[in-house]
Design a protein around this ligand. Structure first.
Ligand code: PLP
Length: 464
């Protein structure tokens, strides 16, 4: 154990980590990154197969982003947005609005994905107070949704293993069926299209009765990533947008995971040509360099907050580092790369390699479903794929595969028995090919043990 590993184990409490397993096992200390690779203190090299938890876009140590941050550092690292303007946050807001879905015109900055969601939820709630409809207080969310870890964001989330313990702290919401056909347990529904109709009808039935009490619906568009890359039927977000408009309910689209090109378009919303009333962004917003959140709003919403000081219509919400100049400078440089390198237009061949490997993995005996949306992929393991019988959770199968993948030079992470693959958009076709070959190798090695009756219980430090 080197001195950093010792210091870490002596002093750090890691996020989403069972610290007992963490402390008992050998851990990697990442020292530096270059492109889509990470290097540890022992000189070993790994592909960053999860974009450093879904944030990195253009690779590590991009000279343009490095320079933008260094240049900004020569001016000022931080100055508050409470009562003052700073140059990078103004310029970045203009650029974000220029590329955002039509109608989103104002940017409220915060610190991360959770705070972007907190702001959106509070804005939606307060909006109806200002509109003279104070009874519109409820929220609709999806089964298995995830929107972050602060208490408001957890309230609109619905993943039992993460959220159940906090239930007494949370406000209640109205949950719609999780729109993942593969995971649907509904009887008598025979096709994805029937399932889509069911989900939208369920929403319409609910709205017909209750929209007078509902402030907003919040969804992760196309992909519920943190639930294990659950994918929605084509037409779902379009249908949700039409219904929320029809019944006068705000739509909050949480693009924290899906934004900035991950689904193959700049926004998941672009896949079905929709515009929400509020959109939350973070993760890829700075190219994966610095923490920053943003909640984008329409003029209709923003204007409802305008008034005299004595009307108390102000949005009383903000954070010390709101609009941090270094983070905004990184964000500007990242958007410039999107434009200069035509990043989105260059994604299809990369997505095609992922699709090729997902097809191959789908043939494997213990893969229930290998699914993909653009540059996002999830490989769900099953002991019996026909019966959809899962492995015993204590076997930590996917966690074991992720550990084996490390020994082949690939960092990936599991959520339950789903292996998440989300490489930086900057990964080349050859790099993606190499990453997925390494993953397949790790999968085959673990599956061989299952076949030999030697299922190993992996003590996976990252498991939850
Ligand atoms: N919303 C979505 C859709 C997410 O996937 C996440 C994180 O995974 C969040 C919000 C929370 O973001 P953060 O971890 O930056 O608070």
């Amino acid at each position: 154990m080197n001195k950093w590993e010792k210091m870490d184990k002596d002093y750090i409490w890691h996020p989403f980590t069972q610290m007992k397993g963490w402390n008992e096992n050998e851990q990697l200390v990442i020292e530096r990154g270059e492109g889509v690779k990470l290097y540890d203190t022992e000189g070993r090299c790994y592909y960053d197969g999860i974009s450093s938890l879904w944030v990195n876009i253009h690779g590590h140590r991009r000279p343009e982003i490095d320079k933008a941050i260094k240049d900004q550092l020569d001016e000022i690292a931080h100055s508050t947005l409470l009562g003052l303007i700073n140059k990078p946050s103004a310029e970045f807001a203009e650029k974000l609005v220029a590329v955002a879905p039509v109608g989103l015109k104002k940017v409220f900055y915060s610190d991360d994905g959770s705070t972007a969601v907190e702001a959106a939820v509070k804005i939606a709630f307060q909006y109806w107070q200002h509109k003279g409809r104070p009874e519109k207080q409820g929220f609709i969310n999806l089964g298995d949704s995830y929107h972050g870890d602060t208490v408001g964001a957890v309230s609109v989330g619905n993943i039992d293993v993460f959220h159940k313990v906090y239930k007494p702290l949370l406000f209640s919401t109205n949950k719609m069926t999780c729109p993942s056909y593969y995971h649907s347990k509904l009887k008598g529904i025979k096709s994805e299209n029937e399932f889509l109709k069911y989900c939208l009808q369920e929403l319409e039935n609910y709205l017909k009765e209750n929209s007078g009490q509902i402030a907003a619906m919040i969804i992760e568009p196309l992909v519920q990533a943190a639930a294990g890359m659950l994918m929605q039927p084509k037409g779902y977000i379009k249908g949700v947008r039409e219904l929320t408009k029809k019944y006068d309910v705000l739509l909050i689209v949480d693009e924290v995971a899906t934004g900035f090109g991950r689904t193959g378009k700049m926004w998941a919303c672009d896949n079905e040509d929709i515009s929400p009333d509020l959109m939350t962004l973070s993760k890829g917003i700075t190219g994966g360099y610095l923490p920053l959140g943003a909640t984008l709003a329409t003029d209709e919403i923003y204007n409802a907050f305008l008034g005299e000081p004595t009307e108390y219509k102000t949005f009383y919400h903000g954070h010390s580092y709101t609009g941090n100049p270094l983070a905004c400078a990184a964000g500007i440089a990242s958007l410039d790369i999107f434009q200069k390198e035509d990043v989105i237009a260059n994604l299809p061949p990369k997505m095609a390699v992922i699709a090729k490997h997902m097809a191959k993995m789908n043939e494997m005996k213990y893969v229930g479903e290998a699914r993909q949306c653009g540059m996002l992929a999830g490989i769900e393991l099953m002991l019996d794929k026909e019966e959809k019988k899962t492995f015993a959770p204590e076997l930590l199968m996917a966690g074991g595969i992720c550990q084996r993948a490390r020994s082949h030079g690939l960092i990936v992470r599991n959520i339950g028995d789903v292996i998440i693959f989300m490489p930086p958009l900057a990964s080349s076709v050859a790099e993606i090919e190499d990453m997925l070959s390494k993953l397949e190798q790790a999968m085959q090695e673990v599956f061989a043990k299952v076949d030999a009756g030697k299922i190993t219980v992996y003590s996976d430090p990252c498991a939850f």
